[in-house]
Design a protein. Structure first.
Length: 277
């Protein structure tokens, strides 16, 4: 009995705030899902009298969902693959090498993560339009790579810092080349951080609206851009169709987020570093 903790006022408020917050979140999500399946609504009713797939079929016919999902995944996969190839060596250099201007470069890597994408998205889009890369797949990938590379570096960097310098020294003494050290020792040791960076970056790219919106075209739209276009399109668009597209976007994002949590999160990275210090 003596070990039992009393529930303080601050503890009660913590639970109350979290419960209210979760009720709001799930209430909004539930209303969107119900709307997407509602077919017949009586006047003033909270729930529809009839459910069906009418608006999902309408959404599929209007958007060519197969093409939209394919473009979304294509942009995401290409962006993440190129970004990890660039980010991993950069994170290694930032973690293990000393050179002039290191703090300045580290600060530059932080900028695309901490400032709103629209701040650098507008000049970036201007440049891409001038070189005829806007509205193309290459232009969309380049735009999404800028914050993705920086984010990956920030996630991978703490994992590489935890690998002692003596590991590289010992491997080189045993005859391992730099490539062998990377592929057979460093990458396996930092694999949780690498996978966390990849999976969380996938979620970020899929939900990146500003940069994709500024440089995408009719054939290079992603789910989030198509959702915004529906909301702001001239003329009448059934709200239930927009809700159906929102549900698709939400489900895709949540599935990838759940997968990413299997490999850890950035908060767990920093907590591990703090425990070692």
């Amino acid at each position: 009995m003596g070990n039992q903790k009393k529930l303080t006022f601050s503890g009660i408020m913590f639970y109350v705030v979290n419960i209210v917050y979760m009720m709001n979140v799930f209430g909004i999500l539930l209303s969107v899902v119900v709307n997407s399946f509602g077919v017949k609504w009586p006047n003033g009713a909270w729930l529809p009298d009839e459910f069906g797939l009418k608006w999902w079929e309408y959404c599929g016919a209007h958007h060519q969902l197969g093409q939209l999902l394919f473009m979304t995944m294509l942009v995401t996969v290409i962006t993440v693959l190129i970004s990890v190839v660039l980010a991993y060596p950069a994170a290694f250099i930032m973690a293990k090498r000393q050179f002039a201007g290191k703090k300045l470069i580290n600060g530059l890597f932080l900028l695309p993560v901490i400032i709103p994408p629209i701040c650098y998205g507008l000049p970036l889009a201007t440049v891409l339009y001038k070189v005829n890369l806007a509205t193309t797949l290459a232009g969309v990938v380049i735009a999404n790579m800028i914050p993705t590379v920086s984010y990956m570096i920030l996630v991978i960097l703490p994992f590489i810092e935890q690998v002692g310098d003596n590991v590289e020294f010992a491997s080189r003494m045993l005859g391992a080349s730099r490539l062998q050290y990377f592929t057979r020792i460093l990458i396996p040791l930092t694999f949780p951080g690498l996978m966390s960076a990849i999976m969380l970056s996938i979620v970020r790219v899929i939900s990146m609206f500003e940069l994709t919106f500024l440089v995408s075209g009719a054939k290079t739209q992603t789910l989030v851009v198509a959702l915004f276009a529906d909301v702001n399109a001239p003329g009448y668009r059934p709200i239930q169709m927009i809700d159906a597209l929102a549900v698709i976007f939400f489900v895709v994002t949540v599935i990838l987020f759940i997968i990413s949590m299997k490999f850890g999160s950035p908060t767990s990275v920093y907590s591990q570093i703090g425990s070692e210090k």
